[in-house]
Structures are given as structure tokens and as C-alpha cells.
Write a protein that binds this ligand. Structure first.
Ligand SMILES: [Zn+2]
Length: 62
């Protein structure tokens, strides 16, 4: 994966794999946070299904 070239596509409209709707934005919700990390879940605005998570270290995110 990391060997593949990445082609930037500013006009690309991602499609939700769950409901096949174009995604213009993501819904996010902070699931759990403490002084070390904050878990954020990202959802499709159309069907609310989960598209991804991040686990941010608060000391890195500032
Ligand atoms: Zn969806």
C-alpha cells in the first residue's frame, strides 16, 4: 500500500460503503477521553454508520 503512488483528487466525492451516498462531510463523536488519549468515531451523515476511528493522543494533538 505504501509503495503505491497517491493521486490527489480534490473533486473526488467519496461514497459511503454502507448506503452508497456521496459523503461531503463526516459526523464525529468523541467516545472516550482522558488526559492521555481521545477516541473519536466518524460516521456517515446519511446512514450514521461508522466509517472509522481515530485514537488521538492528547499530548500530541495539543
Ligand atoms: Zn452511509
Amino acid at each position: 500500500m505504501s509503495d503505491l503512488p497517491v493521486k490527489e483528487q480534490p473533486n473526488l466525492r467519496p461514497i459511503c460503503p454502507h448506503c452508497d451516498q456521496p459523503i461531503d462531510c463526516l459526523l464525529s463523536k468523541k467516545m472516550k477521553s482522558n488526559f492521555l488519549s481521545a477516541k473519536v468515531v466518524y460516521c456517515c451523515p446519511s446512514c450514521k454508520k461508522v466509517l472509522g476511528f481515530t485514537d488521538r493522543k492528547s499530548w500530541l494533538a495539543g
